[in-house]
Design a protein around this ligand. Sequence first.
Ligand code: ADP
Ligand code: MG
Length: 247
Amino acid sequence: MSETILSLNHLHKQFGALQATNDVSLELQTGEIHALIGPNGAGKSTLIGQIAGNIRPDKGSVYLSGTEITGMSIAQRARLGLGRSFQVSSLAEPLSVMRNVMMGVQALQSHSFRFWKPVAQDQQLLEPAVEALERMQLSHRAWTPVCELSHGERRQVEVACALALKPRALLLDEPMAGLGPEGSAKLTELLEALKLEVPILLIEHDMDAVFRLADRISVLVSGSVIAHGDSQTIRQDPRVRDAYLGD
Ligand code: ADP
Ligand code: MG
């Protein structure tokens, strides 16, 4: 039986005269990838911001596993199990992959980075980081500085950073952006395996990846959900073809 992990209820957000989010409701359930697609400026990142806590909705509510999180801080939400990656990378380039992942865990546990601590000795940080890197098939790169990684490997590290916090739900904002076919194929394969453990709300422009991965798709245009359904339904929806997919 699938269970609702995340639910957005009638979210509204205005920036000046612009209605960036217009009465959006959607759900994420266990075992699924729910993709959010739509043209640039449709309001996809604004929606992710309202779930993760860096943008306050004007109206509406967000629930995580039945707990209302609408008014909570970013850190509170993360501690309750909301994992996310960013559209723009936030990795520390000179530091190792492992250290980057551990720093994420540490920041959440202690509210501050403690650079002076010999991090490799801290089992509480090491264990979740090792496990997250295994799941992202990056164990062999654990002690490599991030600046030596390929684009695709960096994306895998970003997902590992979120996974190390043992999230109940994962928000991914354009994880395939800038990746070549090989990097996208690898990440697609990893996300497909991951969704069985952590449901994923996926914003993505790479439609091959979306159609392969998504159990459900919501199409956002000008802040509103104009269509919702499985891959086949969305592919054939004339409004979606018109507004986004083209021919
Ligand atoms: P998407 O991620 O779908 O490309 P965004 O959510 O980034 O779209 O943006 C939706 C709309 O809201 C865009 O028109 C954007 O310019 C506007 N917008 C986003 N953030 C802000 C902000 N902080 N202040 C004013 N306008 C914003
Ligand atoms: Mg965006």
